[in-house]
Design a protein around this ligand. Structure first.
Ligand code: NAP
Ligand code: ZN
Length: 372
């Protein structure tokens, strides 16, 4: 898979692209509600590790370049749990979590481009970037130093409405259903990006951790044509991993089994947030192989210089993906019919849903359905 291009490509069948023409005057007049502060409902975390409570919130006036989306479904990513619990020390309370959102545009700022009221869109981990720095101007908006995380210092999608900069609201291809497409906007792009950046269809790819991100990684890598090995700590996941497209399954905590795979993988994508036998896992990389980390493990990953030098191996990481990468991923998911396997809860059961994710019971991505 080549690196996503930085120009918008011609829409493929089934894909929904932004409109190139500006909205008609009538359309824009009816859609703009500038300066009109409005009250909405949201599930609010008041402090770390506290249950969320339903509140009325005032989103204030809509920004000139913002769109507002009436939320229909919002996936529950492990990062929501980490921000709720302040695991990363960067949470801001009160917090409104939820960053895998599907809904329809309910209002649009006068300078928002290429979208219209009523259009179905998705919003992921980022909901704004400066649009003028070197990273934004070169298409890597997700690496903008001022990128706005949707759930830190911004109100997320476990709410009746959410807002984002227009460039971070993505039209959803018709072929993807609203109930299940949300997790593609964070979990999906996060595992698609390393495949797009580093893998060839002939590669041997290992996916470590078959949770929300990992099961989508297996589906993407299999659809791309790779030989896929799933590493899971739970034998009860073996059959599902094969159903998602894995050719082989290995127990992620079985160092002896891992060591039998020495020199095998071109790319290993780690989605776990726990310490594993990293030395054994790096030993499974083929010459020029890469361990790519997307799971937010807090303990350092020790790397011996010689295990990199001798096989010319790499260790790397990445955050979600750029707007063009997200559009490319949605097009690929649409073409190959890739959606996460989901469990649905009404949003009023948000605290039960978080508890289920925290207990490691989600199979494989929880989605909360708006019920305001
Ligand atoms: P998840 O659904 O909870 O899945 C995590 C998986 O890790 C589990 O399903 C499990 O896989 C494995 N795991 C958990 N505890 C384990 C343990 N004690 N020993 C061995 N394996 C264990 O989480 P997720 O939503 O996929 O998110 C995964 C990580 O990615 C989180 O840290 C999240 O914050 C991060 N993330 C990063 C980005 C990014 O931009 N880089 C984006 C989104 C999420 P098995 O059951 O197969 O063992
Ligand atoms: Zn996420």
């Amino acid at each position: 898979m080549s690196t996503p291009t930085q120009t918008r490509t011609k829409p493929a069948s089934g894909s929904k692209q932004r409109q190139s023409a500006p909205p008609s005057p009538a359309q824009s007049n009816s859609s703009v509600r500038m300066g009109d502060a409005r009250k909405y409902q949201a599930w609010v975390a008041k402090a770390a590790k506290q249950p969320m409570v339903l509140e009325t919130v005032d989103l204030g006036p809509l920004g000139m370049e913002e769109v507002e989306v009436k939320v229909e479904h919002s996936g529950l990513c492990h990062s929501d749990l980490s921000v709720l619990n302040n695991d990363w020390g960067m949470s801001q309370y009160p917090a409104i979590l939820g960053h895998e959102v599907i809904g329809r545009i309910s209002a649009i700022g006068p300078n928002a481009k290429g979208l219209k009221v009523g259009q179905r869109v998705g919003i992921g981990w980022s909901s704004g970037s400066c649009m003028h720095c070197h990273q934004c101007m070169s298409g890597s908006h997700h690496l903008c130093p001022q990128v706005q995380f949707t759930i830190v210092g911004h109100r997320g999608g476990f709410a009746s409405h959410i807002r984002s900069h227009w460039a971070w609201a993505f039209p959803i291809p018709d072929t993807l259903n609203s109930a299940d497409a949300g997790p593609l906007l964070c979990g999906g792009i996060t595992v698609f990006s390393p495949l797009a950046m580093y893998a060839k269809p002939t590669d041997r790819v290992g996916v470590i951790g078959i949770g929300g991100l990992g099961h989508m990684a297996v589906k993407f890598a299999a659809a791309y044509g790779c030989e896929v090995t799933a590493f899971t700590s739970s034998e009860s996941t073996f059959d599902d991993a094969k159903r998602f497209g894995a050719h082989h399954v290995v127990v992620s905590k079985d160092s002896a089994a891992i060591k039998t795979l020495g020199g095998h993988f071109d790319l290993l994508i780690s989605t776990v947030n726990v310490k594993l036998d990293w030395d054994a896992l790096i030993g499974t990389l083929a010459p020029n192989g890469r361990l790519h980390v997307v799971g937010a493990v807090l303990e350092p990953i020790p790397v011996a210089a010689f295990s990199l030098i001798m096989g010319q191996r790499s260790v790397s990481g990445s955050p979600t993906g750029s707007p063009v990468a997200i559009e490319t991923m949605l097009e690929f998911a649409s073409r190959h019919n890739i959606v996460p396997q989901t469990e649905h809860f009404p949003m009023r059961q948000i605290n039960e849903a978080f508890a289920r994710l925290e207990a490691g019971k989600a199979r494989y991505r929880i989605v909360l359905d708006a019920d305001f």
